[in-house]
Design a protein around this ligand. Structure first.
Ligand SMILES: [Mg+2]
Ligand SMILES: [Zn+2]
Length: 181
C-alpha cells in the first residue's frame, strides 16, 4: 500500500507557527518509527506538504530541503525509507493546482512512483485539506491524526462528517492498525 503523509502535525510537531529552520523542525519520535515500520512491512511512504512559508519569504527551498534531508536521515537510521516528498511552495493567493486541498501534489507523487492511480493509497493528515486532497485524488481512504491540528479537525468533522475517514491518536496508532490487518 502507498501511505501518503502530510508533514507538519503528522511527522513533526506543529503548533500553528511556521517552521522556518531545521532547528525548529522537531520530529515526533513515534512517527519516525512508524514510517520505518511501514517500510519494513513492504509499504511505500510519500509526503505531500503545503509550504507557503516559501512564497511568504519565511524560508527558502534550500532550508526546506535541509529539513527533508533530516527526515530522510532519521527514517533511514531506523531502517526505513521515505520514497518521495512533494511540496507546494506557493502562496494561497497564487491559486496553484498543487496546494492541498487541491490534488497536484498527490498527482505528482503518483507520477513519480509510476502508479496508474491512487486506489491503493491512503492519505494521513491532521487538517481537513489533507483529507479532502486525498479523497479527491482517488485515495482509497483517509486517516485523521489527533496530533498538530487534528483535535480541532476532529471537532469540525463531528459537525461535518466525511466518508472514508478514520481517526487515530497519532501516526503510530494508525500504523499499528494498518500493520495488524
Ligand atoms: Mg498538517
Ligand atoms: Zn502550489
Amino acid at each position: 500500500m502507498l501511505v501518503i503523509l502530510d508533514r507538519d502535525g503528522v511527522i513533526n510537531r506543529y503548533s500553528g507557527e511556521y517552521i522556518c529552520s531545521v532547528e525548529e523542525w522537531l520530529p515526533i519520535a513515534s512517527s519516525i518509527e512508524a514510517i520505518a515500520r511501514l517500510t519494513q512491512a513492504g509499504h511505500t511512504v510519500a509526503v505531500a506538504t503545503n509550504q507557503s512559508g516559501i512564497a511568504r519569504g519565511y524560508y527558502d527551498h534550500l532550508i526546506l530541503e535541509q529539513m527533508h534531508a533530516q527526515l530522510h536521515r532519521l527514517v533511514q537510521a531506523l531502517g526505513g525509507k521515505v520514497d518521495c516528498i512533494a511540496y507546494c511552495p506557493h502562496h494561497p493567493d497564487e491559486d496553484c493546482q498543487c496546494r492541498k486541498p487541491r490534488t497536484g501534489l498527490l498527482e505528482d507523487i503518483r507520477q513519480q512512483l509510476g502508479l496508474k492511480d491512487l486506489s491503493e493509497a491512503v492519505m494521513v493528515g491532521d487538517s481537513l485539506k489533507d483529507l479532502e486532497a486525498g479523497l479527491a485524488a482517488g485515495c482509497k481512504s483517509a486517516a485523521l491524526v489527533r496530533t498538530g491540528n487534528g483535535k480541532e479537525t476532529e471537532r469540525y468533522l463531528r459537525q461535518h462528517p466525511l466518508a472514508r475517514v478514520s481517526v487515530w491518536n497519532n501516526l503510530a496508532a494508525f500504523v499499528d492498525h494498518l500493520l495488524s490487518q
